[in-house]
Write a protein that binds this ligand. Sequence first.
Ligand SMILES: *Cc1c(COP(=O)(O)O)cnc(C)c1O
Length: 355
Amino acid sequence: MIRAVDHVRQMAAYALADLGGEGTISLAQNESAFAASPKAVAAGQAVLAQMPLYPDPEWTELRAAIARVHGLAAKNILCGAGSMELIGCLIRAFAGPGDRVLGTDYGYAYAASATAQAQADYVKARERELTVSVDDILSSVVPETRIVFVCNPGNPTGTLIPNSEILRLREGLPADVLLVVDQAYGEFADAEHDPAGIFALVARGDTVVMRTLSKAYGLAGARAGWGCFPPQIAGEVRKLLNPNNVSIPSQAMAAAAMRDQAYMREVVAKTAAIRDRFAEGCRALGLEVPQSHTNFVLMRFASPEQVQAADAALRSEQLLMRGMGGYGLNDCLRATICSQQIMDRALTVLKGVLT
Ligand SMILES: *Cc1c(COP(=O)(O)O)cnc(C)c1O
């Protein structure tokens, strides 16, 4: 038999969402309810004739657009085939056998996978009331801790801690611990918490901030993510990246989407309005729904049995939400916000199960 190396054989395959059969409406992957900016779609179509060529390995146009929107230096930005690629390379570059990566109870599952690939140990700090707790992270740091990985806003919780808490976390961590702040849903919270103060942490040399075009910009299928990195860290991560990682149409679409901030803000506002209405409807049915700062909500039911009943009823209406058993939250479902019409349908089904 041809055998993979030990640590790969021992790894579980990455648990992707169950997407159901044909005709299923997915509320399972936090994709945008709305199409990408028409300008992004046109920009992608306009470069299809360039396909014999490799893409720009410096992501020049995309980096310039990101730098302009966020007031960053283009040289600090790295782009990836989704931010997943950057997160994976970052963890593999800065953690190895015997090292620890410290996440939180409900942090991003892919960070744990990337840690296993690095043959390091993934450890979770406790969250309180479905929210990241800086005190619990700080008290979980040990000499082996190399990386602290925090999602803000959180997935699957949707909760947010203030920027002042992220600054307090950084101040409290040893200087040789890399802090990764994953802001995949940052665009949904930027109006509440100016992100400039978090990006400014990158200048310290020990902190990385990750973002993506997959959520608020409606480009999950394009695979375009980015991060703001200190130069020395960027240099190491680049050695592990696929040097031609973001395709020509994806770079063009992502750059055009970044330049169309008005469209993105409109999508965020529409999504948040549908979300808050859906969340209120769920609370009126007795479900516990933490205030979300993202394009999804986490719903806590009375019991795992009630979750099963709700999931079955939703599936019979071809609506598929995400089970949370993998996070130890088997009394919860996570619902990505879709159109008003679909969320109304989902609420009607839930009402039938719960009343
Ligand atoms: C969606 C998501 C990402 C990014 O995914 P990509 O599509 O690879 O950019 C990163 N972190 C979290 C917490 C996410 O939910």
